[in-house]
Design a protein around this ligand. Structure first.
Ligand SMILES: Cc1cc2nc3c(=O)[nH]c(=O)nc-3n(C[C@H](O)[C@H](O)[C@H](O)COP(=O)(O)OP(=O)(O)OC[C@H]3O[C@@H](n4cnc5c(N)ncnc54)[C@H](O)[C@@H]3O)c2cc1C
Length: 435
């Protein structure tokens, strides 16, 4: 197996390749330059082009090369578990909190509608997202969460133990929230479909065109690539965890978190009768969340974090994730490992999306913190509306400056230090004693 991440993933193996985009040669001009061809950059480009802006997108490798082509494909119309509408209100104030909660509450429907409108072939299944509780206390937590979301107009179902067991196929949960607007898809095919939609709308995409620098050039911005330059009135950095030296202040405002995935061989018919029989995707309430889904060809996909993110970590971590699957589905399987790969997520200190102003007309944005399919796609649409109308009220978050995280070089390893303690706490709390 290949540990390179992108080419080693299940999605690279099964997704239809895109027609190759050219790389940037010579000088090009546009209204808005988008740097980064993940969901955020692509969704921004789609909506900018649809609004009539001249938009060109620079991607260092190919669309979907970053987290967007390597994730698990869970369409989760919610914040990360640590956040609910109430805590977002405390963080952002009532006006932005309402805008952001409304955006994320509707983001499942938004993604699946976008897929239908652009006829994106990505095995999209809007069958719901389940968040099961690993302890009785977490059922109370989910009940409060359901009520918080109801207050902003989003209706969620709280399932009891028996309903949860039937829908997931494991006895290990106490209950679950079901969000029927969630679902799952092939993440790389979705990214490639967004890239085609952007091109059809009139955006110009350049692959293998890394932005090397972004500098002021008269009243415009000049982005240099190895073989050309792009002049634009406005620039959006949508480079997520892979930003690097292009914009160090922006990069140091985010934690890059390594995440690992496995996919099994397709399950047999006996397992498919009991494991996720209605094909919802699942991320539970653990701190180190258990995440499970079925693919279109009936493989199980799961994964999480590891302590040592060195070369070969995806292969070293795979047996742990496989064992976790066996523990979760006692008497099922055996499951056989087929793929193991890795990617990087950009996480903000408070897990909220950001739009940062890095200069006049130069913005760095990040939607993600682990909910990128919904959050980054929906934020891209809002960002495009803002750039076209120059109206900050289009955004679900305030425009901030970049705020580098103190001791970033050290703090970026925080998730690795945090993981063993989180697993221990998860195991102590959980009814099943699995972590
Ligand atoms: C293993 C894993 C599992 C995940 N599971 C889920 C999930 O199930 N559901 C979910 O919603 N989210 C999930 N996420 C998070 C989700 O994938 C991300 O939030 C989302 O893809 C971020 O999109 P993005 O466009 O911001 O960044 P990316 O997709 O990372 O795109 C950034 C792009 O910028 C390009 N780039 C970087 N620097 C330059 C440069 N100098 N010039 C040009 N281009 C550049 C990169 O090549 C890359 O293509 C997961 C992430 C990982 C890693």
């Amino acid at each position: 197996m290949d540990d390179s991440g992108f080419s080693g993933s299940l999605w690279s193996r099964i997704s239809t390749p895109m027609a190759a985009s050219p790389h940037l040669e010579g000088t090009a001009r546009c209204d808005v330059a988008v740097i980064g061809g993940g969901y955020l950059g692509l969704a921004t480009a789609v909506h900018l082009a649809q609004a009539g802006a001249a938009v060109r997108l620079l991607e260092a490798e190919e669309p979907g090369f970053g987290a967007s082509g390597r994730n698990s494909g869970f369409v989760v119309p919610s914040f990360t578990t640590a956040l609910g509408p109430e805590s977002v209100k405390r963080a952002l104030g009532p006006e932005f909190a309402t805008r952001l909660a409304t955006m994320i509450a509707g983001a499942g429907d938004f993604v699946f509608d976008l897929i239908r409108r652009h006829a994106i072939s990505c095995d999209a299944e809007q069958r719901g997202w389940l968040q099961p509780a690993h302890s009785p206390a977490r059922v109370d937590f989910l009940r409060r969460r359901r009520d918080e979301w109801a207050a902003v107009g989003k209706s969620l179902d709280l399932l009891d133990r028996a309903q949860t067991q039937r829908l997931i196929g494991t006895p290990h949960y106490e209950g679950a929230l079901l969000d029927r607007s969630g679902g799952q898809l092939n993440p790389l095919a979705y990214a490639r479909g967004l890239a085609s939609a952007a091109q059809s709308a009139g955006a110009v995409l350049y692959a293998r065109s890394p932005a090397l620098s972004v500098e002021r050039h008269g009243s415009a911005w000049r982005t240099a690539t190895p073989h050309g330059e792009l002049l634009a009135d406005q620039v959006v950095l949508a480079t997520n965890a892979l930003t690097g030296p292009l914009a160090p202040t922006f990069a140091r405002s985010l934690f890059p978190v390594h995440a690992y995935q496995i996919a099994t061989e397709p399950l047999g018919s006996a397992d498919l009768r009991t494991i996720l029989p209605e094909r919802q995707c699942v991320t539970d309430t653990r701190r180190h969340s258990m995440a499970i889904r079925l693919t279109a060809d009936n493989r199980l996909v799961s994964g999480g974090l590891t302590v040592f993110n060195t070369r070969g970590a995806a292969q070293r971590a795979a047996p742990y994730f496989l064992k976790r699957l066996h523990d979760f589905f006692p008497g099922r399987g055996p499951f056989h490992l087929a793929f193991a790969w890795r990617g990087q997520i950009a996480v903000t200190p408070d897990f909220l999306p950001r739009v940062m102003q890095l200069g006049p007309g130069l913005f760095g944005a990040v939607g993600c913190s682990g909910r990128g399919i919904t959050m980054s796609t929906a934020l891209g649409e809002r960002l495009a509306a803002f750039l076209v109308r120059q109206d900050p009220s289009a955004l679900p978050v305030p425009i901030t400056t970049a705020r580098p995280i103190p001791f970033h070089a050290l703090m970026r390893h925080g998730p690795s230090f945090w993981l063993p303690l989180s697993r221990w706490r998860d195991r102590r709390e959980s009814t099943s004693k699995i972590a």
